[in-house]
Design a protein around this ligand. Structure first.
Ligand code: COA
Length: 122
């Protein structure tokens, strides 16, 4: 198995950052983590990288680790992601970690794609 290139900054929420990304992780980018903000349709994994770190596989690696954390540590049976239509890089991350398109939903006043997977379909 390939060695992880990520550092696990905050074990409590499995926030992950690419190793060598620089800084001390104060910027709200370069991470993937479980989250469920108010009104969110389930336990989600979110990902966001600084532009200079796109195209290196970091988001997928971090998202996969966060998904594992949700399923194994948090005991989630289903993990979702909410993605704006047309955000193909994000859809690609979702699909690479095993998420499948579920349906379109209304979230915060807009139509978004709901992706996700259940424990049994991991
Ligand atoms: C969504 C987002 C994180 C995706 O970033 P990304 O760089 O495309 O995704 P990854 O980090 O997983 O990198 C995958 C790419 O790295 C490439 N790659 C290069 N080296 C790699 C390696 N060692 N291992 C794996 N992949 C590698 C892959 O081939 C892939 O390239 P491709 O897109 O040409 O197929 C990024 O576009 C982003 O931060 N967007 C703004 C925030 C956002 O929209 N977040 C999602 C909200 S729903």
């Amino acid at each position: 198995m390939a060695k992880s290139r990520l550092v696990h900054r905050t074990p409590g929420d499995a926030r992950l950052l690419p190793l060598g990304a620089g800084g001390e992780g104060h910027r709200p980018v370069r991470r993937a983590r479980p989250w469920q903000p108010h009104g969110f349709p389930g336990l989600g994994v979110g990902w966001c990288l600084a532009r200079e770190h796109w195209g290196k596989g970091y988001a997928t690696e971090a998202a996969r680790a966060s998904l594992d954390y949700c399923l194994r540590e948090l005991g989630a049976e289903e993990v979702i992601s909410v993605i704006l239509p047309g955000n193909s890089p994000s859809i690609a991350v979702a699909e690479r970690i095993g998420h499948r398109y579920l349906r379109d939903i209304q979230y915060r006043g807009q139509t978004v794609h709901l992706y996700g997977q259940r424990l049994s379909s991991k």
